[in-house]
Design a binder for this molecule. Sequence first.
Ligand SMILES: Nc1ncnc2c1ncn2[C@@H]1O[C@H](COP(=O)(O)OP(=O)(O)O)[C@@H](O)[C@H]1O
Ligand SMILES: [Mg+2]
Length: 228
Amino acid sequence: MIEKVVAKLAGVSKYYGTGEGRITALDRVDFEVNKGDFVVLAGLSGSGKSTMLHLLGCIDKQDEGESYIDGIDTTRMSLEQLAPVRLEKIGFVFQSFNLVPVLTAFENVELPLLFKGIDKNTIKSRVNDILHELGLQERMHHFPREMSGGQQQRVAIARALVTNPILILADEPTANLDSKTGADIVNLLIELNQKKNITVVLASHDSVVLDRIKHIVNIRDGKINSHS
Ligand SMILES: Nc1ncnc2c1ncn2[C@@H]1O[C@H](COP(=O)(O)OP(=O)(O)O)[C@@H](O)[C@H]1O
Ligand SMILES: [Mg+2]
């Protein structure tokens, strides 16, 4: 069955800590993203953007409320039970790229496919294809330290895409890049969204992002304020 809603949070709250020191990171949030959407979560530092991405991406659990991914009710599933769902359906892109420093570009992109237990020949052709598609063929056998920030983020995007996920979650992917390189990365994500109908939720307060994306969800103190 093809689901229109790729991911959904309903009445979701998330707290950190206990007692008087308890922080409400998300306060009864309702959010859904449809197939093919490109949504930006905008808000100041500490507003709850990363927490929301972690819940959408099944790498953390809410304290209250319901969560769904691709029609699966994940509300009562443990993080351990969610591991295969995550691997199959989600691709993450981070601010600091999070590449493994001792692995080449090729080896970094290959990793999620090795976890999935896919055969060597299929892996080789899929990693080759995606690195070519993202213009990284010359950098395939380079280590992260031998690449620019923009190239490293492209490798991270290739790693996120190589499993054909239904949802790409990007947490401030331009924050460690200069504005020109940041714009290139946003344009690449827009192109992937438009050409391949890949659904993207991106957290950012960078004007390089906000100037380019129409669908913005504003979050403040753990609450969704307004949509555009
Ligand atoms: N692991 C954590 N432990 C305690 N507090 C946290 C943790 N992660 C986030 N917070 C707090 O939760 C709130 C939301 O954080 P976060 O989702 O990281 O916001 P953003 O990504 O918008 O900067 C902030 O007040 C932050 O300090
Ligand atoms: Mg954050």
